[in-house]
Design a binder for this molecule. Structure first.
Ligand code: SAH
Length: 365
């Protein structure tokens, strides 16, 4: 009863899916509850271990679903710093996940819990002109189990519990909305990973119609909008998505979000020298943040090979922050030394030659 990776993963099903499966196999709903308990609470590695299920049922499950974890092909960082996981998917594609442990500054705040930065796609189609993930283009959406699997693997690697999830890894989560929503359901469920909806943040470049759809999902998840420009003129220069959904349309969708959710929206704003760091831009941003009662996270631009932008001086970053604060906006500025943690989120890109090397090394073993 060795798990076969060619079978569908057991980690892509909700409890309702398991109930439907159990009932269609002549079992009671109660079996479904037992199965998810083995999967998520006890974290067994084989169907054989599910000792309160009949032998026949265990064999049926083993023929139908895989319990395989996402294989880690590279792990960088140490236990008390940001760690980057590189996972190999069943089709050989690679995806990264970043674990930010306790007591590491994140988004300007102090975190005493493990935060995981999760990817939603292999590559990204949105081509933001500052983001590494878009450089190689889009390959495919991640499956539900590949999203859930990143969290399972990250927890199991060091035996810790993931308390916060930010969908700020590779990809545009809202372009993979159906799978994302199902993954969130599994991550949130008491029978699943039991991570509070308020501790999950979906970050988007601004897909207005999908923001409206996600607003209808009855979970108090958080929304972060990668704004990076407070005027269409600035946003058009760096984010092609703004041509499709300009700020007026984006803000219309944010109104819908606000009507449905109780949390404040966060605006992410990368500070880029000479592009969006003028104090006038801070004033425009303050106006937009106030209109939406949104928080602002300022992120000094992190150099990406392939783009010529620079991060503004610290003095200029502080001045920008001061304008926001003076206007009464709740705002933070990421101030980590070094680029280790900045490099974590939204900047996941696979250097092809490295990736190829890893695959061949792993292939030999
Ligand atoms: N597609 C989604 C999720 C990707 S995360 C989105 O756009 O929100 C995107 C975030 O990654 C940005 O908001 C920013 O916080 C971060 N990011 C991307 N490129 C960056 C860069 N060059 N420097 C600093 N932060 C960057």
């Amino acid at each position: 009863m060795e798990p076969s990776p060619s079978l569908p993963s057991a980690f892509g099903l909700t409890l309702d899916d398991w109930i439907a499966w159990a009932e269609s196999h002549g079992q009671t709903r109660f079996r479904a509850k037992q199965i998810v308990q083995w999967l998520y609470e006890k974290r067994v590695r084989s169907w054989e271990e599910m000792t309160n299920l009949s032998q026949a049922l265990r064999e049926q499950l083993a023929r139908s679903f895989s319990l395989a974890r996402l294989p880690v092909v590279r792990l960088t960082g140490s236990a008390d710093t940001t760690r980057k996981f590189l996972f190999r998917l069943h089709d050989g594609r690679l995806v990264e996940t970043v674990k930010i442990p306790a007591n590491v500054h994140f988004d300007g705040g102090r975190s005493d819990r493990v935060t995981l930065c999760v990817s939603s796609q292999v590559g990204c189609a949105y081509a933001c002109q500052f983001c590494a993930s878009g450089l190689a283009g889009f390959t495919r959406n991640l499956e539900v189990d590949e999203i859930v699997g990143q969290v399972l693997a990250a927890e199991e690697e060091a035996g810790d519990t993931v308390c916060n999830i930010v969908f700020m890894g590779m990809g545009e989560p809202l372009a993979n909305l159906t799978r994302l929503t199902k993954a969130i359901e599994i991550l949130n469920a008491p029978w699943g990973l039991n991570i509070g909806a308020r501790h999950m943040t979906v970050s988007t470049s601004g897909l207005a119609p999908q923001i409206e759809k996600l607003a209808l999902v009855p979970l108090q998840i958080r929304l972060a909008v990668s704004l990076h420009g407070a005027t269409d003129e600035v946003r058009d220069r760096i984010m092609p998505v703004n041509k499709k959904y300009p700020l007026a349309r984006l803000f219309e969708s944010l109104e819908t979000w606000r009507d449905h959710k109780k949390q404040k929206i966060t605006f992410e704003y990368i500070l880029i020298e000479g592009l969006n760091d003028h104090p006038d831009q801070a004033k425009f941003l303050a106006k937009r943040a106030r209109a939406m009662e949104a928080k602002v996270n300022l992120i000094p631009y992190n150099t990406v090979e392939g783009f010529d932008w620079k991060r503004p001086s610290e003095a200029r970053q502080e001045a920008f922050l001061a304008v926001l604060k003076k206007a009464g906006v709740t705002a933070t500025l990421r101030r980590e030394k070094g680029h280790d943690i900045d490099a974590a989120c939204g900047q996941l890109r696979l250097q092809e030659e490295t990736a190829a090397g890893i695959v061949s090394v792993a292939g030999k073993g």
